[in-house]
Design a binder for this molecule. Structure first.
Ligand SMILES: NC(=O)c1ccc[n+]([C@@H]2O[C@H](COP(=O)([O-])OP(=O)(O)OC[C@H]3O[C@@H](n4cnc5c(N)ncnc54)[C@H](O)[C@@H]3O)[C@@H](O)[C@H]2O)c1
Length: 380
């Protein structure tokens, strides 16, 4: 007898609920999942036909089984494929994408399926939020970074020359489907970059998880075995809980997810959002800077900051500004870029700092002279 969909789900997949009242949705984690997408979308996003947005790399590697599943369930409208990379999070690409989605015939009841890393998720999610004044979006993240972070929580957007993610919208997905097996085709560098966001959950509020990562890093980096999936699940659960508590980053809880990001976004902008520095690499340097700065301010034990740097180093992630290829930024240039950050309120800079591993907090009024001195030393 054929197994029904619900039984298959119960057997193979982990389901994490993002509890947001009428905007609640499941994050389904499993391997493999692509061939089940049609069935799950038909169940969880009833009535929607599907336009897939992907990038050239992901489409070439993984689109075929997904498309077959959508076609099998009569859901497939077509696909829009963008160039890979951060440069696609731009107004020109957004305009072309919206036009393509209209050409495919996406109507109000249909959905956009974002099939790719955080770039595709942010871009396609934002397009869905404005297309016909908002259509539903399903996130199918294919990078480690997107599975543990970007695909969950509804932040969507694009970059401008004034900074990252400055144009965007909150647009919660109707469903997140994370197939851990597709991570096997990710380049080692992209996997490492995503790992920085996994580490972040330990550093923010889960010291035992950080200790588990210290023990299990090799197993997580090897594609076989249960550790990789466990790392994805623990991270996704942490993200879901924070989003449920503070959907729009109002109470401060969600702001903790920005540990390392104010430094990191400034470094990314300085490096021109290029392959000189991937997002996750920038976050690794940023998290190390946040811990070192916390130590210098007398807020955090030096031994915790050393443990953080050691673990990121061991994972092959950069922890120093000097590790970024090309010319070094000046402290003033970095400060200017940090001031563009969305964490600035009334001209005052906020930073996520730490009292120790697993004890992050938001400092709302950062003393700029101290920070400038610190950056001068770090920029060398
Ligand atoms: N919305 C949010 O809450 C949030 C959170 C964190 C990061 N982000 C955003 O995410 C973006 C970074 O995302 P990313 O690191 O996933 O980068 P990405 O989307 O650029 O993907 C990285 C590279 O991996 C390739 N790729 C993707 N999946 C693959 C697979 N399974 N096999 C082989 N190659 C694959 C892509 O084509 C690309 O070249 C940034 O723009 C960042 O701002 C958003």
């Amino acid at each position: 007898m054929m197994e029904n969909g619900a039984a298959a789900l119960a057997r193979r997949e982990t389901v994490i609920e993002v509890s947001l009242g009428p905007r609640s949705y499941p994050v389904i984690i499993g391997e493999p999942l692509l061939a089940l997408a049609g069935q799950q979308i038909a169940t969880i996003v009833p009535g929607a036909r599907v336009a897939v947005v992907s990038d050239e790399n992901v489409a070439a590697l993984h689109l075929a089984p997904l498309k077959a599943s959508l076609v099998e369930h009569g859901l497939y409208l077509g696909e829009a494929v963008v160039a890979p990379g951060e440069a696609s999070k731009s107004f020109p690409v957004l305009a072309t994408l919206c036009d393509r989605l209209l050409e495919l015939g996406v109507e109000r009841g249909d959905c956009v399926l974002a099939f790719g890393g955080g770039v595709v998720g942010d871009l396609a999610g934002f397009a869905a939020s404005i297309l016909r004044r908002g259509v539903r979006v399903v996130q199918m993240p294919t990078t480690l970074l997107a599975q543990v972070d970007a695909a969950i929580g509804g932040k969507t957007g694009i970059d401008t020359r004034r900074g990252k993610n400055l144009i965007g919208a909150f647009h919660q997905p109707s469903l997140v489907l994370a197939d851990v097996s597709v991570l096997a085709t990710l380049s080692p560098r992209e996997f490492r970059a995503g790992y920085a966001e996994v580490v972040k959950y330990g550093l923010i509020g889960d010291a035992p998880f950080f200790a588990w990562l210290e023990e299990n890093r090799d197993a997580i980096f090897s594609a076989s075995g249960a550790a990789r999936r466990q790392a994805v699940e623990t991270s996704a659960r942490a993200k879901a809980a924070i989003v449920a508590e503070d959907e729009r980053e109002e109470s401060g809880r969600r702001a903790l997810l920005n540990l390392g990001h104010t430094f990191g976004h400034a470094l990314e902008a300085y490096a021109g959002y290029s392959s000189r520095l991937l997002h996750g690499e920038a976050i690794a340097i940023g998290m190390r800077l946040a811990f070192t700065y916390s130590v210098e301010r007398g807020l955090c034990p030096a031994s915790d900051a050393a443990r953080v740097a050691r673990h990121l180093d061991a994972a092959g992630l950069p922890t120093e500004i000097a590790a970024i290829p090309g010319p070094r930024p000046t402290p003033d240039a970095l400060l200017r870029l940090m001031a563009q950050d969305k964490k600035v309120k009334g001209g005052r800079l906020a930073l996520v700092l730490a009292h120790g591993i697993g004890q992050a907090f938001v400092e709302h009024e950062v003393a700029v002279p101290l920070l400038t001195e610190f950056l001068a030393r770090e920029c060398g």
